[in-house]
Design a protein around this ligand. Structure first.
Ligand SMILES: Nc1ncnc2c1ncn2[C@@H]1O[C@H](COP(=O)(O)OP(=O)(O)OP(=O)(O)O)[C@@H](O)[C@H]1O
Ligand SMILES: [Mg+2]
Length: 301
């Protein structure tokens, strides 16, 4: 569905996307995971036909997106990081007007508006003003809007940023159902849990580059081991513990007062001979993968 090769986005002399290559298969949910400024939005905006490609190749559904940004806008649905809903018209009209924009007939646009309102649990709010919706409902409406035109590819830029956990769960459930309906989804996120739950495959981005790619499980196994060790030094033992970890050749990062020690080749490390610390183990996650790739945490907000 998507093929990018050496894709570049420049803003003046600044390179926001630095020659990335990836493919998105039909029907899969593909994620871009990375911290603020990684280049996720810049990449998604090029894929959405909203921002010119600076260099490289980009094909969307066999259309050359570098030459025909307008044609790709017809086959995709876009949920941008900022919602752009019209506060002067009702919730339902926000959807029908969007349908008109895609050339749907009046009746079809209305019917699609009702279908997606129903699907996204917003039916009872159809006549309300957008400003009366909660943050979670607003976000669901923005996502619903992208589906009005029955797109083959939906691009979601941070679908759940700023939502409370229960609204986030609700959006995840709906995205999981949509995924089963066969639509291809490309989404960005800086929530590793979201990436792990929703994405079939993902790329980890930082500073305009792709640092790792694969299924969540592959990335975790390969780069963090199945489990990571958490080493909490006793009072006054931090330096000693740090030295022991270094001498043992362990891959570790210090987070708060804890050293997180990654495993190798899918196995957890043996930390039984570390003295002056309490050692526990937990399942490895994508945050550990990011740490292993960059030496930094994923979230800086
Ligand atoms: N219109 C612009 N003009 C100049 N620089 C820009 C522009 N848009 C983005 N950038 C820069 O490009 C880099 C990548 O930004 P981008 O918005 O793609 O990151 P992101 O991964 O989406 O981050 P976030 O998680 O904060 O949304 C940043 O350093 C940003 O400041
Ligand atoms: Mg962004």
């Amino acid at each position: 569905m998507v093929r990018a090769a050496g894709l570049v986005k420049k803003f003046g002399g600044f390179t926001a996307v630095d020659g990335i290559s990836f493919e998105v298969r039909r029907g899969e949910t593909f994620g871009m995971l990375g911290p603020n400024g990684a280049g996720k939005t810049s990449t998604l905006r090029m894929m959405s036909g909203l921002s010119p490609v600076s260099a490289g190749e980009l094909e969307i559904d066999a259309i050359d997106a570098t030459a025909n940004p307008r044609s790709i806008r017809d086959v995709i649905g876009v949920v941008s990081q900022h919602d752009g809903l019209d506060p002067d018209i009702s919730v339902r009209d926000n959807l029908t007007v969007y349908g008109f924009y895609f050339g749907l007939d009046r009746d079809i646009a209305r019917r699609r508006a009702d279908e997606v309102l129903d699907f996204f649990d917003l039916k009872s709010r159809g006549g309300d003003s957008v400003d009366d919706l909660s943050g979670g409902m607003r976000r669901r409406l923005t996502i619903a809007r992208a589906f009005v035109s029955r797109p083959r590819l939906v691009i979601l830029d941070e679908p759940t940023t700023g939502l409370d956990p229960s609204s986030r769960n609700r959006v995840w459930e709906q995205l999981a159902i949509l995924k089963n309906s066969g639509v291809t989804v490309v989404m960005s996120t800086h929530y590793m849990e979201e990436a792990a739950i929703l994405c079939d495959r993902l790329v980890i981005m930082d500073e305009g580059r792709i640092l790792g790619a694969g299924t969540p499980d592959e990335l975790i196994q390969e780069l963090a081991g199945a489990e990571v060790g958490q080493v909490r030094p006793q009072a006054g033992q931090r330096e000693s513990v740090k030295r022991q970890l270094a001498e043992g050749g362990h891959e570790s990062s210090e987070i708060g007062a804890i050293f997180v020690v990654r495993g190798v080749n899918g196995a957890r490390v043996d930390l039984s001979n570390i003295s002056g610390a309490r050692v526990t183990y937990r399942s490895a996650n994508l945050e550990d993968v990011f740490l292993s790739l960059t030496g930094r945490g994923l979230r800086d907000d």
